[in-house]
Design a protein around this ligand. Structure first.
Ligand code: LMR
Length: 394
């Protein structure tokens, strides 16, 4: 009976947003969920998106179902954005999915049902939802070491050792294509080469979570990890999201992209992926994918989008610099210069669970329990206030 159901714990990331919304204090700051906020503390709709929506409003003639794998123009645009022309189109299957989370779930169910007894190796630490998604799909989860004991840099040797010693051929390895969540610590170009060779030589399936393209070093630059993997491996799955780089969070727009060695393997894999989708959400929602496709089909809108995205990327870099400089002004506070090497929205602050707690209760600053800070939620005007709060709890 329902009255015997136990209360679940709040979500490790989204649960904090709920607590923030319920906090009556006027001086507060939400640095938990990975959402970009501008200098006024809002998350406005991008101009290119508004313009595309106007076009869609005028031209759309039906709300009939999309195909199971989504809007063809969107799927082509995703393939180009991820892969350029590196892989022939007949070796690539793209499915439009409800967000990057939807893509991960589809990929996980595909791996669990079609590639059994595959297991998936995820980095430690990783996005709080990865393990839950994989397990919910029936895919066994193992971890590999990622962050060094300084909590600021990659322990590459440990990562290589774990992937060499603990994996079996046919296992999948989840990699963050750029802007590692939660740490902001990415492999270097040379390390990506080594990772790619290791995956290929051990017969491991690369599973790339690509949610932050455009927030690290730039749109093309951020695709280098995925493209390096594909220089050495002839099979992979990439799960991408347009929540962040198009600011389409609530439209739930993402893609699962499978690359196979031959066109016939691609077609068979696509047919199985469609079965996974059909038994789950049937076919994807149209609007978000239509926005992305409309922007990318129009050179003028594409130009506006790239400028807007680059503006966000550079502003996050500035916020990192401002925070590091602000912390230097705080007597006795630790040096945060490591934030300058990290990429994307997030950084591991080094705050303990107790300090995270105190930051929330005493100062109204909300960060994830692991100490992950969403730099993209900071704000120039309140930077001194934030630095004082962080220094106080440290
Ligand atoms: C995050 O890590 O904050 C984002 O990916 C949003 C989410 O769904 O957790």
């Amino acid at each position: 009976r329902f009255d015997s159901i136990a209360m679940a714990a709040p979500d490790a990331i989204l649960g904090i947003g709920e607590a923030f919304a319920a906090d009556p204090r006027s001086e507060k700051m939400n640095l938990s969920v990975g959402v970009y906020k501008d200098a006024a503390g809002t998350t406005p709709i991008m101009q290119c998106v508004k313009a595309a929506e106007q076009k869609i409003l005028e031209s759309e003639t039906t709300k009939s179902y999309l195909p199971i794998d989504g809007l063809p123009d969107y799927r082509n645009a995703v393939r180009e954005m991820l892969l350029g022309d590196q892989v022939p189109a007949d070796r690539v299957a793209v499915l439009q999915t409800p967000g990057g989370t939807g893509a991960l779930r589809v990929a996980a169910e595909f791996l669990a049902t079609q590639c059994s007894p595959t297991r998936v190796f995820v980095p430690n630490p990783t996005w709080a939802n990865h393990t839950a998604i994989m397990r919910a799909a029936g895919l066994p989860v193992e971890t590999y070491r990622y962050l060094g004991s300084d909590r600021h840099s990659l322990d590459f040797q440990a990562m290589v050792d774990d992937l060499t010693e603990n994996t079996r051929p046919g296992d999948a390895v989840l990699l963050h294509a750029c802007c590692h969540n939660p740490t902001g610590v990415d492999p270097t170009t040379d390390q990506w080469q080594e990772i790619a060779k290791l995956l290929a030589s051990r017969g491991l399936i690369p599973l790339l979570d690509f949610a932050y393209q455009g927030f690290g070093d730039g749109l093309e630059e951020d695709a280098a990890g995925l493209r390096t993997v594909l220089q050495h491996c002839d099979e992979a799955i990439a799960c991408s999201s347009y929540s962040k780089n198009f600011g389409l969070y609530s439209e739930r727009v993402g893609a699962a992209t499978l690359i196979a060695a031959t066109p016939s393997a691609t077609a068979a894999s696509l047919s199985q992926l469609k079965i996974v989708v059909r038994a789950n959400y049937s076919n994807p929602p149209r609007h978000g994918g239509a926005i992305v496709a409309t922007v990318l089909a129009d050179p003028e809108l594409t130009k506006i989008w790239k400028t807007e995205l680059e503006g966000k990327r550079l502003r996050i870099k500035q916020l990192r610099e401002q925070f590091v400089a602000g912390m230097k002004q705080q007597p006795g506070a630790p040096d945060f210069s490591f934030l300058l090497q990290q990429k994307g929205m997030f950084s591991f602050s080094g705050l303990s669970a107790m300090q995270v707690d105190e930051l929330r209760t005493k100062h109204g600053v909300y960060v994830v329990g692991s100490g992950r800070i969403n730099v993209a939620g900071m704000n120039e005007e309140k930077m001194d206030w934030l630095c004082q709060a962080v220094a106080d709890v440290m």
